[in-house]
Design a protein around this ligand. Structure first.
Ligand code: SAH
Length: 458
């Protein structure tokens, strides 16, 4: 075999035409077949690019100047888009974002799963793909003796200068963060210093139920004691009636993990409430709750449609979290079994079942890949199985248990098209057929892709 020499050198400036996009939304252009990945490049664009890294089979470049601009290029509305890195797609029209996500699912199915003849529908997007997040957690620091809040600069722990809003965060949450910052600064509450592991206020977290307009403020502190607690709480709840809960979470560890173990209520309720469709949820500081409720509803409706329940079915919801999908399914099923590894999530799930007066759901703590084979051995034969695993996908033992249980339908909710495709291959080899796949845009402006697949027994 002839040894290929990369046709470019480090620091060289080249003229490049972008043909494609990577998973992360970077532009891909080729020089004599050698691909270069360039952040912010868009397909169809011609640009001057500086080569910054040369590897054997591919390289990386930096966009210097665009000579031919794509009609899909838009002005990012965020002032700190490039510094922050929390969003990756703000320079792209929303239409292109949706197409890119659909293609990503198609490509993964083809390349990883060797599945080509399955309809992958157009991505279900948002009418207004901004300010959709119901939760924000933001670090607190100092600048010029004043308390500041802002996200960290990409790959650093330095708070971005002059960041006063986040365009994918709900306006109300942005305003609450600013209110807490301003009052805490005036009272003289100290910010946490990460390097010295000293000081008090580490993060401000705000969560609002979009349907109920109830807001929870979480003050994450290094210390048990929160100086000026009474004054801070009084001013917040007297000024902002939508605040229903103010809690303090103590995190004494030197760690990147935001929340610590213990939470105490400073004022109001321990929970706020929100609804998705007809189901009500109680959400505490540490509960996992989907951040984009409008799209979550669309995703769960699709999962429910694919489950095609008539009221007589036994259903398993594996990786059930706080039971959101389980409760959605229980509205239309005879019985739902949920399994999830985090005990606190299962406590929330049980509480949520009670809150909605649903007694046809049972929740179990455990590893889905162990509980499912055990259920199989016990003779449980569900009609439908829903799975919603983390990014690494389903364990093989779980896929095998599903194949043994032989449900008529499997509904696979996935946040990673590659592991979805890998798992679909195993299910197809085990006698199942993928019928259709629906991408849903849960995280506009970012590279995250979510989809739901319907798989049926052949
Ligand atoms: N279906 C839920 C949560 C999905 S997120 C919702 O829509 O809200 C994936 C969940 O899988 C997380 O709650 C995580 O704690 C859980 N999990 C991760 N590994 C697991 C395992 N091996 N067995 C069971 N649950 C697991």
């Amino acid at each position: 075999m002839v040894k290929q020499i990369p046709p470019v050198q480090k620091n060289q400036t080249i003229e490049l035409t972008f043909e494609d996009l990577t998973h992360e939304g970077d532009g891909v252009g080729k020089i004599n077949g050698y691909p270069l990945f360039v952040p912010y490049g868009l397909p169809g664009e011609k640009a001057k690019v500086k080569v910054i890294k040369v590897k054997k089979n591919f390289g990386f470049g930096k966009l210097l100047e665009i000579d031919q601009v794509s009609p899909d290029r838009v002005e990012p509305p965020c002032d700190v888009y490039v510094q922050c890195g929390g969003c990756q797609l703000q320079h792209m029209s929303y239409n292109l974002q949706l197409n890119m996500k659909q293609n990503q699912v198609k490509n993964a199915l083809k390349k990883v799963g060797h599945i080509t003849d399955v309809p992958v529908h157009s991505t279900i997007g948002m009418d207004d793909p901004w300010r959709y997040r119901n939760k924000v957690q933001i670090p607190v620091g100092y600048r010029g003796g004043e308390l500041i809040t802002g996200f960290y600069r990409k790959r650093s722990h330095e708070i971005i200068d002059g960041m006063d809003t986040c365009v994918i965060t709900a306006e109300i949450n942005d305003r609450m963060v600013e209110a807490v910052r301003r009052i805490a600064d005036r009272l003289g509450i100290q910010a946490y210093n990460e390097e010295k592991h000293k000081g008090v206020l580490r993060h401000i977290m705000v969560r609002t139920g979009f349907e109920t307009n109830e807001t929870m403020i979480v003050l994450v502190t290094r210390t048990e004691e929160l100086p000026y607690e009474t004054e801070l709480v009084k001013e917040l709840n007297e000024t902002y009636p939508q605040i229903k809960s103010i809690v303090q979470n103590v995190n004494k560890q030197k760690t990147n993990v935001i929340l610590g173990k213990n939470t105490k209520v400073l004022w109001g309720q321990e929970y706020i409430y929100d609804t998705i469709g007809d189901i009500k949820f109680a959400i505490s500081a540490k509960s996992f709750y989907q951040v984009n409720p409008a799209q979550t509803k669309k995703l769960y409706d699709k999962a429910l449609e694919y489950a095609d329940l008539s009221g007589n079915e036994i259903v398993i919801d594996a990786y059930c979290g706080i039971g959101t999908i389980s409760l959605f399914l229980a509205q239309k099923a005879k019985k739902v079994y949920g399994v999830e590894i985090v005990p606190e999530a299962i406590s929330d799930a049980k509480a949520n079942a009670k809150l909605n007066h649903m007694d046809n759901v049972e929740f179990y703590v455990g590893e889905a890949e162990k509980v499912m084979p055990w259920w199989t051995a016990q003779g449980l034969r569900p009609d439908v199985i829903v799975v919603d695993p983390p990014r690494k996908g389903c364990e093989e033992a779980l896929l095998e248990a599903m194949i043994t249980m032989k449900p008529k339908r499997i509904v696979y909710v996935s946040c990673n098209p590659s592991t979805l495709a890998r798992d679909l291959r195993i299910l197809e080899d085990g006698g199942y057929e993928t019928k259709q796949v629906q991408p849903v845009d849960m995280f506009p402006q970012t590279g995250h892709v979510e989809c739901v697949a319907l798989i049926e027994l052949k």
